[in-house]
Design a binder for this molecule. Structure first.
Ligand code: AMO
Length: 439
């Protein structure tokens, strides 16, 4: 039988149980991450959403009743009433000496994955048991950082006069062409899950001038890599009265400020992930390389022959990542491999486009957009798309569309880099990949 919650409520989260409140009685609650029974002495590691504290039960010091009752297992859900005592060697510099314990829910003797932190279970097994896995200290660190990144992005963009927008995720036709779409039934019509906020953010830049959105997009690509997901969470930015150079500046300012915040507020999490030395505040401006310089470097230095117009293969990105370890831009991609909405450069072989790279990983794509309707219609035709299918978008360009530019940043890719993860699936609470639709 489990105990009832009754009128017990937490007085503190673990992070607030520290030597300053030594002597006070607290009620804490969470899960048993680890426990040791040394006969006359029992230690419990109680973990909650912010971290953990040690509960110490010494026979003769605590009541016999609570000493005997304290038979726990991994991840038991418990609440504990007890006194805080300073103890340098324990997490947070304190231990809690319990007077009462409630076991709110028990667990089977054997859990599907290791939760003690002593070993790391295989990622797929962890993902199969994700809500349990997410309680691990490692995941606490990753998602604390992710939370801060999202908060800091908003803080920075609001301070730069951006308006937060919300665009539809169910759409009637392809946004960009190219990327595969997930079809769905919309009553008796076929519709799709959006692959990008692209067209809507462009339209809204003609209203609110500077807009952003943090939202999911769906990519029906059967890519089995450590950097591809089918459901992604994207920071979309669009700026009016601006071109690519303005976006490059805003984006590097954003990266700089967000990492500064992460170092200020999440140093413990960075340390836990051994990333305190690697995830440093990057200097701005970021280095800028033209696509042509990059393919020259790849061909001459790494002996990977690349023709103008080719995408840069993963192998080359890996080498580039060893050479250029920080954040850097690759600009002026060949127009032929860019979407229709990207502005060609004066020499139309090139485009006013860029990617932001961190080491080997592409974090963003962006560029200056075409804002003249006739030119946009032509660009659609050049890409083999039918302008009539884009009429509801194109007509907005008749009504005073300003010159504009923008960028899309994949949040999970950035978190992968900040946290030093091996696989993008670790950066998402419930990842969606070609092989994974549950949990
Ligand atoms: P793009 O398609 O390059 O550009 O996407 C923008 C960023 O989203 C991330 N990303 C992905 N992350 C994980 N798995 C995927 N399958 C995946 N696909 C994309 C990457 C990428 O850089 N509309 C343009 C953006 C713009 O021009 O503003 C777009 O969607 O980090």
């Amino acid at each position: 039988m489990s105990d009832e919650l009754g009128d017990w409520r937490k007085t503190h989260y673990t992070k607030d149980v520290n030597p300053d409140i030594a002597g006070e009685e607290v009620i804490v609650g969470g899960w048993i991450r680890n426990y040791r029974d040394l006969g006359g002495l029992k230690f419990l590691n109680l973990q909650d959403k912010y971290g953990e504290r040690q509960i110490t039960l010494k026979k003769g010091v605590v009541s016999d009743e609570i000493f005997d009752k304290t038979e726990v297992g991994y991840q038991y859900c418990v609440m504990i009433k007890g006194k805080v005592k300073a103890f340098k060697k324990a997490p947070g510099g304190v231990e809690i000496i319990p007077s009462e314990l409630k076991i709110l829910n028990k667990t089977p003797e054997k859990l599907p994955i290791d939760m003690t932190g002593e070993s790391v279970s295989a990622l797929d097994l962890r993902l199969d048991n994700r809500a349990l896995d997410l309680r691990s200290l490692r995941n606490q660190a990753i998602f604390e950082i992710r939370g801060q990144v999202l908060r800091s992005i908003r803080k920075f963009l609001f301070s730069e006069h951006f308006t937060e927008m919300t665009t539809p995720k169910i759409i009637g036709s392809a946004t960009e062409g190219g990327t595969e779409l997930f079809p769905i039934m919309y009553f008796d019509k076929e519709a799709f899950l959006t692959q990008s906020a692209q067209l809507y953010k462009e339209q809204l830049s003609g209203v609110y001038e500077r807009v952003f959105e943090l939202s999911p997009c769906f990519r029906a690509e059967k890519s089995h890599t450590r950097r591809h997901l089918c459901e992604i969470f994207v920071l979309d930015i669009e700026m009016a009265f601006a071109d690519m150079s303005d976006v490059l500046k805003i984006l590097e300012g954003l990266i700089h400020n967000v990492i500064k915040d992460v170092r200020e507020y999440n140093m413990n999490a960075l340390e836990f992930l051994n990333m305190e030395k690697e995830t440093t505040v990057p200097e701005i401006p970021f280095p800028r390389y033209k696509y042509e310089e990059i393919i020259d470097m790849v061909s001459s230095k790494f002996n990977i022959p690349l023709e103008f117009g080719e995408d840069i293969p993963t192998e080359a990105y890996r080498k580039l990542g060893e050479e250029l370890q920080g954040y850097y831009y690759i600009t002026h991609w060949p127009m032929e491999i860019k979407p229709f909405y990207i502005m060609p450069s004066k020499n139309p072989k090139y485009s006013e486009s860029f990617d932001l790279q961190k080491g080997w990983l592409e974090l963003t794509s962006g560029g200056t957009r075409v804002h003249n309707r006739k030119q946009l219609e032509q660009a659609l035709e050049d890409k083999g798309l039918n302008p009539e299918a884009f009429e509801s978008h194109l007509k907005i360009f008749d009504y005073g569309m300003p010159p504009h530019a923008g960028v899309g940043l994949g949040i999970a890719r950035w978190i992968t880099m900040i946290c030093g993860l091996e696989d993008i699936r670790e950066a998402v609470m419930f990842p969606r990949t070609p092989d994974r639709l549950t949990p």
